[in-house]
Design a protein around this ligand. Structure first.
Ligand code: AMP
Length: 429
């Protein structure tokens, strides 16, 4: 059976043991982003193909070769979302979220799909947590949102991160830069890899992102956007950087940083982890001031980012996970059939009162039940035998000190509720 059925290439199961880090990431995102005024939005897993082709760019790798596109039964072309921003913008415009005019802050999380060559840190179904702000051009927002992202990573206990930042210019200055770049590469075209020769014709800025050593060499002395930015873009970039300084956020200016999506204008950034190999970008984002208009909405500047969960989760230390919600407070061990029945009822009452309780469903010997209690990590074990049943009591054993108390059955809830609250508090701190 296992030979026949296995997850397809490039996708994976996230099992208990690993999922706790994912849940920690998702929960912390909610907490941190909501503190900064963001609300969650749930967007569909698939959209009409045009939602992605038009926004991400017809000549990007994603659109040219990585999308899962299929006809639905009615003949429409649909695509599994390769990223979240296009859908959020589509929803923003479709539901007139620009009315009344105000700054709208949204975040999302979920799976994305790209048919890339699978390797460590690169999957065909991967997960992103993203955030988007609509309605302001103010560079304060660029810095504030990057600051929020850094605060988020700090909460996850991640260090050794580098913020790389650039400004990609706008409709006014980018075409001039593109022209200068084409001019420079004209003589070097034959040195470029096959993909980049195509990019030269269709999307020359993407050549900066190529991993091939030859392309790297060919673009080593290429002009960058830095010397071509218009006054407006220059001012915006300088202000963004000075706001980052005010937040004490370190950054590295990377004049050759481009992103895999064409909709970015002005600020573009990536967070890379020094501890990862070649797939070392754990988040990326930037400003996209034209996209809402392209979707038929009013001119609305916007800024956003996406975090790669698959790459970030393995960087989180087990000790940083401030949640062990699957650890029970109580393990119930029983001796005899009467005790089993009592335990069955008691477990129900305890859970109704918010107490996390586990038991040995196989009902082995007391010794083997105590072994399982130990393994479960439970703080206390309740032991019920005939003796206790006759007196309407239970034995409550503290698993770390081995201290045992006999307590009245009717007082159990009253005694355990504060212990559970205590445990949750310690865990949350
Ligand atoms: P992007 O949407 O391309 O800007 O990517 C944002 C983040 O998503 C990246 O920095 C990665 O951490 C993550 N990511 C992108 N593509 C993949 C993939 N195929 N597998 C795993 N993570 C990915």
């Amino acid at each position: 059976m296992t030979d026949k059925y296995h997850a397809i290439k490039g996708v994976k199961d996230i099992l208990p043991g690993e999922i706790e880090k994912w849940q920690f990431m998702e929960r912390t995102a909610g907490e941190v982003f909501e503190l900064y005024g963001f609300s969650e939005i749930r967007i569909p897993i698939f959209e009409k193909t045009a939602v992605f082709t038009r926004s991400i760019g017809e000549t990007t790798d994603i659109v040219e070769k990585e999308m899962y596109t299929f006809p639905d039964r009615g003949g429409d072309s649909l695509t599994l979302r390769p990223e979240g921003t296009a859908s959020v913008v589509r929803a923003y415009v479709e539901h007139n979220l620009y009315n009344p005019p105000s700054v709208v802050k949204l975040y999302y999380m979920g799976p994305m799909f790209r048919c890339e060559r699978p390797q460590a840190g690169r999957y065909r179904q991967f997960y992103q947590i993203g955030a988007e702000v609509f309605g302001t051009e103010n560079p304060e927002i660029d810095a504030e949102v990057i600051g929020m992202l850094m605060r988020y990573f700090e909460k996850l206990g991640l260090t050794e991160l580098e913020l790389q930042i650039n400004s990609l210019g706008c409709d006014e200055c980018r075409p001039k830069f593109k022209e200068a770049l084409l001019q420079f590469l004209k003589q070097k075209k034959s040195l470029l890899c096959e993909d980049c020769q195509r990019r030269y014709e269709r999307n020359p800025l993407r050549i900066f992102d190529c991993k091939s050593a030859n392309c790297h060499e060919a673009t080593k002395d290429a002009p960058t956007i830095e010397t071509h930015r218009c006054e407006n873009c220059k001012r915006h970039f300088d202000s963004t950087l000075s706001y980052l300084d005010k937040l004490d956020i370190q950054y590295t200016k990377k004049p050759k940083l481009v992103r895999g999506l064409d909709y970015y204008t002005k600020t573009a950034f990536e967070i890379v982890s020094k501890g990862l190999g070649s797939q070392n970008a754990i988040a990326g984002g930037g400003r996209y001031d034209k996209l809402v208009e392209e979707f038929g909405g009013p001119p609305t500047p916007a800024f956003g980012f996406a975090i790669g969960v698959d790459r970030t989760a393995p960087l989180i230390q087990q000790s940083a996970i401030s949640n062990q919600q699957s650890v029970p407070l109580i393990f119930i061990a029983t001796l005899g059939e009467r005790a089993d029945l009592k335990a069955f009822e008691l477990i129900n009452v305890l859970r109704q009162n918010g107490i996390r309780v586990e038991r040995d469903y196989e009902k082995g010997s007391l010794k083997s039940q105590m072994k399982k209690a130990n393994k479960s990590g439970a703080r206390y074990t309740i032991v019920i035998g005939d003796n206790e049943l006759d007196k309407d009591t239970v034995i409550l054993r503290d698993m770390s000190s081995a201290k045992q108390d006999e307590i009245d059955m009717e007082r159990i809830v009253e005694i355990l509720v504060p212990l559970q609250l205590d445990m949750d508090n310690i865990v949350r701190r």
